[in-house]
Design a protein around this ligand. Structure first.
Ligand code: SF4
Ligand code: SF4
Length: 436
């Protein structure tokens, strides 16, 4: 089957405002450690590789894809970009590609990898009619390569920075040659790291072009807290322009990269839609089937409350937490007073019922200064939609004042939260009329 390459928003700048892509986060492991990479957080507002709101099995990935394809009519590409490396989880990657290809014969399939372990799978990629592969090549001199990675895992062993540098480079270049032979379009991602490889980017461009790569995407580094390279100052736009100009003498340059998340969905640069994140979390949880771990809830409430000053509560008479999220007509908004207690900041009317997902998005906006909302019950979709918008939904019982005090002052929520462990959706105790 031939594919129309002009439909790929990452490879063709003319397509970027018109066509979208969906990343399926099915590959959590990585076989190298890049010194600029951290995959340790899930933040809805964080847009960069390695970040995802959930990990999917191949079957869950297709279930999630079906939901998104039903409402996004401009998606032409499905990609796998981690959050680790697709070929550190080759079984999950190949099974996902197989399932997606079977169900969506026309869609463009795409992969982003460090190239260390792609070689054994190139025949399979041809079978699935993969049209685009991105390989990250940050240097073509082993002396520079070894400064970029801390370790590599191949041949069932972990190898040190120096030992593996020649091997990864050899495999990356061989992969480019074989992908080219297979008729696959190859993009090279190069992370520009001042003081490490910034004077070497044109060499990378020349060598990858000689081996058959089609386009290069030079990406300014990003300061990831907790990584070895966290103190490297990213290059300025002027420096990037000069680097691209030089590298462009050897290979076509792409400059509209938005450093996509491993679960990016939609047009390049578009914000994550909370409904997509909710669907991802529900599919990842095998929903209804997620177990809610209250220790995690407490941690996330405390983290959210560092940037949001209030909590909300649904109460009939203003004393007890006794209203289901879907049935709440209004929410009490509570904050700290200056005597170590809590005070009512406001009462806000809930968005009208019956609006489906729009209602939950409106509610997320209404509670945008609240880290958590206490309710007597909630359905899975509203809960995950609000979570995606930064509001933790806590199914609780007892007095509003006790719950608000505990949350706002970082005290344990145990005894306030209604269920120690609950199945997603099963904690819902509403009449069934309010969640639409
Ligand atoms: Fe493919 Fe990367 Fe674009 Fe995703 S962001 S669709 S993996 S090129
Ligand atoms: Fe992170 Fe990708 Fe590097 Fe793995 S290959 S460490 S996921 S940037």
């Amino acid at each position: 089957m031939s594919v129309d390459l002009s439909l790929h928003p990452c490879f063709d700048p003319k397509a970027r405002h018109k066509y979208g892509r969906i990343h399926l986060p099915v590959a959590p492991r990585c076989n190298v450690q890049c010194n600029y990479c951290s995959r340790s957080f899930d933040c809805a507002n964080e847009s960069r590789p390695g970040v995802t709101s959930g990990i999917l099995s191949p079957a869950q990935a297709v279930e999630y894809l079906d939901k998104l394809m039903a409402r996004k009519k401009n998606v032409t590409v499905v990609g796998i970009a981690g959050p680790g490396d697709p070929f550190a989880n080759p079984d999950e990657t190949l099974e996902t590609l197989r399932l997606v290809r079977e169900k969506y014969p026309e869609i463009l399939l795409c992969l982003a990898t460090n190239g260390l372990n792609i070689l054994p799978y190139i025949e399979k990629l041809k079978d699935f009619n993969i049209s685009h592969v991105t390989i990250t090549v940050n240097a073509v001199d082993p002396e520079i390569v070894k400064r970029v990675y801390s370790w590599y895992r191949y041949d069932k062993k972990v190898h040190g920075a120096k030992e593996g540098a020649e091997e990864i480079l050899k495999r990356q270049l061989e992969a480019i040659r074989q992908l080219k032979k297979a008729g696959i379009t190859i993009k090279i991602n190069t992370v520009v790291l001042p003081g490490i490889n910034d004077a070497h980017i044109a060499d990378v461009a020349r060598v990858v072009a000689e081996n058959g790569a089609d386009v290069q995407n030079c990406i300014p580094c990003y300061r990831n807290p907790g990584t070895l390279f966290e103190n490297i100052i990213p290059p300025t736009p002027q420096e990037m322009a000069a680097i691209r100009n030089e590298a462009g003498k050897y290979i076509k340059q792409m400059s509209h990269c938005a450093r996509c998340r491993a679960d990016a969905a939609g047009l390049i640069g578009e914000e994550m839609d909370p409904e997509d994140t909710a669907d991802l979390k529900m599919s990842a949880a095998g929903c209804g089937g997620e177990y809610v771990d209250n220790t995690q809830i407490e941690k996330s409430v405390q983290e959210i409350l560092q940037s949001r000053p209030y909590v909300a509560a649904a109460s009939m008479e203003g004393a007890m937490i006794n209203v289901h999220l879907g049935e709440a007509m209004s929410f009490m908004i509570l904050g700290k007073d200056n005597k170590g207690g809590v005070k009512l900041i406001a009462t806000r009317n809930a968005p009208p019922s019956g609006g489906g997902i729009i209602r939950w998005k409106e509610l997320g906006k209404l509670l945008s200064d609240c880290g958590a909302v206490f309710v007597s019950g909630v359905g899975a979709k509203p809960r995950y939609t609000l979570m995606a918008m930064g509001v933790q939904v806590l199914v609780a019982e007892g007095l509003v004042i006790d719950a608000a005090t505990a949350a706002l002052y970082g005290k344990p929520l145990k005894g306030i939260l209604k269920v120690q462990k609950s199945r997603c959706g099963q904690s819902c105790s509403g009449s069934g009329g309010g969640c639409g």
